[in-house]
Design a protein around this ligand. Structure first.
Ligand code: FAD
Length: 476
């Protein structure tokens, strides 16, 4: 690695947004160095043998629909740097107590055909127009708040702005379809009665049909490794095991991009931030945390509904009413007795992650921020409810409470995986309400994490947009 004392840009943090920002700036011909606190790169896009040797688990993100939808990441030559995706035939399934499951297939038509009564028609009417224009829609959704494409955004906003429970009850007559909609809306970590929770469900359903919900072959770390290798091919430098405690500790550079959340920025930048900006950042709200589990399994999960074995992601939680109750409890600061659980069975489609014939399983449930409640039995009971015999398949399990997650990545404050609450008030107005969310009050210092628009997910767009601001600064 070069030891040059002065650089054009320094990036603090090597999550997908940090690496995206670093790539944009390096590609423009500037010198860039990334400092990562942890010994391994990737932040929310890492893999590790969490249970036993030979079992590769994704420590955080595992489903990469947003990589394929991202207006920036999808343009990068990541396959040249080893990234391959494994596509489950069905993006997600929602098992029910009667032993059946609602399955969202790649095709809108096939999905609609299997829905009850008039719900098939309603589903097509709701989803199809947006799937057809998904590329342009994602350009708008994955940017900072703007008035571009006003007609398309108004059409989308008419549904997206509604509460998920309200839209599900209005649009669908069957409890089964409503449950499926609740299961995908609950990714938001916001109570389903809140405005704009339908937007999460619609965005994810559109992605399921447009690009699928794939996993990275060999684990999410492969996606990070590809980004890092591409960055290095552009002349970029990376230093790991280097937590930055203060901006003053950095080498001289013209710009600094911080892939950190407001709480860390307040600490790292200290008094260099202006008083008003500090005050506004200190009011930034974090959302619920998650309790994460991974398993090494001797055989695949024995789902009662055979259709679940074709899906990458399984939403566990039963009816709309039950899922809404579980998410309401978390919003009210209580750990749910019957949690909504997100499950991903990557080895069904990517056997390279486990010894031959064996499997991994990834799951989490939402808990109040910083919760210390052990959710293992409640999570396993929920899976067992739809897959009797599941516990007999377990060889080993790994648990990560919110504090463990935060130790593994300082951005996961209290276990919040979204870089801050993503309710209507903080959906785009993050970290503060401004036309320039990536700029801080310090000249040349930018925020580029998921605490800026468009927020949570592996799309790299927070980094991409922050880097545009930084490039403008460098061009001065
Ligand atoms: C359990 C879990 C499951 C998820 N599942 C999905 C999913 O399936 N699909 C999806 O799209 N998204 C998912 N996400 C969300 C996704 O991981 C994040 O939205 C994304 O990683 C945010 O990227 P980022 O670059 O903003 O921050 P991060 O990925 O959090 O990276 C921040 C990096 O900065 C480093 N850092 C922080 N402070 C410092 C410092 N002071 N000095 C040096 N380095 C520092 C951290 O160590 C970390 O590497 C999940 C997240 C979690 C935790």
């Amino acid at each position: 690695m070069s030891t040059r004392a002065s650089l054009d840009a320094v990036v603090i943090g090597s999550g997908p947004n940090g690496l995206a920002a670093a790539i944009v700036i390096a590609r423009a011909g500037f010198s860039v160095r990334v400092y990562e606190a942890q010994p391994t790169l990737g932040g929310g896009m890492r893999s590790a043998e969490l249970t036993r040797p030979g079992f590769v688990h994704d420590v955080a993100s595992t489903v990469h629909a947003l990589v394929l939808m991202s207006p920036f990441l999808k343009t990068l030559p990541l396959s040249d740097f080893g990234l391959e995706f494994a596509q489950p035939p069905a993006p997600f399934a929602h098992p029910l107590d009667d032993g059946s499951a609602v399955v969202v297939e790649r095709s809108v038509e096939e999905t609609a055909r299997a829905l009850d009564g008039s719900d098939g028609r309603a589903y097509r009417k709701l989803v199809e127009p947006f799937v057809e224009s998904s590329e342009r829609l994602m350009e708008s959704l994955l940017g900072p708040f703007s008035l571009r494409h006003p007609i398309r955004m108004a059409k989308f906003g008419r549904f997206a702005a509604r509460s998920a429970s309200g839209l599900a009850r209005h649009a669908f007559e069957s409890e089964r379809t409503r449950a499926m909609f609740a299961g995908v809306a609950a990714h938001s970590m916001v109570a389903l009665e809140k405005l704009a929770t339908s937007g999460y469900a619609l965005g994810l359903i559109i992605a399921a049909h447009a690009v699928g919900w794939p996993v990275a072959r060999g684990g999410s770390q492969q996606a990070t490794n590809a980004l890092a290798a591409y960055f290095r091919s552009l002349g970029g430098e990376i230093v790991t095991g280097a937590p930055i405690e203060s901006l003053d500790a950095l080498p001289k550079s013209r710009v600094v991009l911080c892939d950190v959340t407001p709480r860390q920025l307040l600490r790292i930048a200290g008094d260099r931030l202006g008083g008003l900006y500090r005050w506004r950042l200190s009011r930034f709200r974090y959302g619920p945390g998650v309790f994460k589990m991974d398993w090494a399994l001797r055989s695949p999960v024995p789902w009662k509904a055979a259709d679940c074995s074709r899906a990458g992601t399984i939403h566990i939680g039963g009816s709309l009413g039950e899922i809404a109750e579980s998410e309401r409890a978390v919003s009210a600061g209580r750990a749910s007795q019957k949690p909504y659980v997100l499950v991903v069975q990557a080895t069904r489609f990517d056997p390279s992650r486990a010894p031959q014939g064996m499997h991994t399983l990834w799951a989490y449930c939402h808990v109040p921020n910083g919760s210390t409640v052990d959710m293992r039995d409640r999570i396993e009971a929920q899976i067992e409810r739809f897959a009797p015999g599941f516990r007999d398949c377990i060889i080993e399990r790994s648990l990560m409470m919110p504090a463990d997650l935060e130790r593994s990545n300082a951005n996961l404050v209290g276990g919040d995986i979204a870089g801050g609450a993503a309710d209507l008030a903080q959906l785009y107005a993050r970290p503060i309400a401004t036309l320039h969310p990536y700029r801080t009050s310090i000249d040349g210092v930018f925020l580029c994490s998921s605490s800026t628009p468009p927020g949570v997910g592996v799309h790299g767009m927070c980094g991409f947009h922050a880097a545009q601001d930084a490039l403008q600064y460098l061009a001065r």
